[in-house]
Design a protein around this ligand. Sequence first.
Ligand code: DGJ
Length: 334
Amino acid sequence: MKKLLCILALAAGISTAQAQIDAFTPKAVWNDTEGRPINAHGGGILKHKGTYYWYGEYKTGKTILPSWASWECYRTDVTGVSCYSSKDLYNWKFEGVVLKAVLDDPSHDLHPTKVIERPKVVYNKKTKKFVMWIHAESPDYSKACAGVAVSDSPTGPFEYIESFRPNDSMSRDQTLYVDDDGTCYQFTSSENNQTLHINRLTPDYLRPDGTFVRRFVGMAREAPAVFKYKNKYYMLSSGCTGWDPNEAQLAVADSIMGEWTVLGNPCTGPDADITFHGQSTYVIPVNPKKGQFIACFDMWNKRNLSDSRYIWLPLNIDKETDKITIPWHETWKY
Ligand code: DGJ
């Protein structure tokens, strides 16, 4: 019947693609422009030449809990990193799996039996390369490495270079931040997730340059998302409770490698104490001069990871005090 309707629609010149979207509806299934659920988890957004690119974990197939698991290390087989493009942040076109799984080498970081998480892509103006960093893991989460891939185009293909422990330290949940002077930093949960490391990268963004600081010592912060507003750096992060939600935290600093001050939980409204059931992954600077930012969270479904959803909410910045809150909205437009 569905097939017949599609044929009739095509014959009548009606597009079968998804209708235009003009609002955000956190927690609902978000479809791409072809009407398929967007599959880009733990992701990050890059704006390049007027187009937004959303990169994320492409999670398909069964969610697996290994028989030897002593904790909830649910995973799906590695299928790669997906990319979607958009001009308006509402309507997303699937650009494909831009970093693909490696099927024929069981020792490779991208083999289906491994874990890859939290891909972030930045553009290097000097080398003109798109650089992706991921959390490269083993199924038992003991590898704790960062993996790096590069591409000449935002839509890939990305070529995987290598994985390593930045500055010989563990690296799990991570993000990248490029400052106004073009210097790139990796923020990563290190020291068994207890302490966050901020690693300055080499000018080509492919390795740490050896300068790093330990921050949030013993505070077990995960899921870092960094942004800048009025010359101050902000970091949104979660606590460390596996796939289960916990309280978000915002922190501020005058310089990236400097001292960070914890501001507390910015979320307000129902279930704000568990981040509305979400976990931070990125903050999009839509128009930073005007204080327009979107906080992006994943709502994990740990027993069916591919059905994990998205919660995107606007940052609310008080005009007089600059206090940042993230109020809950069932649906909203910017
Ligand atoms: C929390 C992290 O933020 C996720 O990316 C994932 O690593 C889970 N832990 C695994 O339990």
